[in-house]
Design a protein around this ligand. Sequence first.
Ligand code: NAD
Length: 248
Amino acid sequence: MGRLDGKVAIITGAARGMGASHARIFAREGAKLVLTDLNSDGGGALARELGDGAIFAAHDVTKPDEWEGIVSKAVDRFGTIDILVNNAGILGPIAATADLSGDGYDLVCAINQHSVFYGMRAVLPTMVKAGRGSIVNISSIAGMAANYGFPSIAYVASKFAVRGMSKAAAIEYGKHNIRVNSVHPGFIQTPMMVEATDEAGGDALAEIPLGRIADPVEVSNLVLFLASDESSYITGAEHLVDAGMLAH
Ligand SMILES: NC(=O)c1ccc[n+]([C@@H]2O[C@H](COP(=O)([O-])OP(=O)(O)OC[C@H]3O[C@@H](n4cnc5c(N)ncnc54)[C@H](O)[C@@H]3O)[C@@H](O)[C@H]2O)c1
């Protein structure tokens, strides 16, 4: 029996990296999936790999009207929405505050932060109607501490915001049996991380007590737990998966 049998999940940013890893483990555990991303080639290929229980929809998470279309697709195809994983994100320009453009700041906040509001707003009516739901918002260690290895006030702002927004929604919607949690990964081996540093993770290794970069599935295992009924008494909480990095 799968740990997500009978559940329908939307995962954003699912074409590659951690989103693709979450999709694979969710499919293995029996979930029906709506995978979304800007990258239609990668997202479409993954949906085909996962079979009939998964569909892909092209989606820019910064566009509220596109969110309405994603919700309709999920409900039309699978009947309801039990799980939303707000995973899409960018690191954005790495620049000291005085050198960061307004456009760069706005883009990072639009993709990492505003999308989380649009996404929760879009799925909540369906979850309220069903009387259940689990929303997992992907923040970062940069949502817990500003010293995470790259100078970017925008990334830090967006990821701290995701943590607070998750708590606010958890308090508002607990009475509807809807749980909202934030996940705070450390250094995870994904295209985003490789593009920002190098295959080995740059200087980060020295700061990581377990002494290695994570495989994305090590985050997916936590996201799976929070999405499933196994975490039925857990909401409004932040969950680190950082190999002890913030223990310093
Ligand atoms: N990799 C890390 O070390 C790390 C650490 C902490 C947090 N995170 C967070 O985890 C999440 C996933 O990161 P990843 O490392 O897998 O990144 P990634 O770049 O490998 O994948 C991100 C995906 O999001 C998609 N995306 C970007 N902008 C989008 C938009 N506007 N609309 C829809 N999709 C969009 C991309 O096309 C891509 O497929 C992000 O929110 C990121 O901030 C990553």
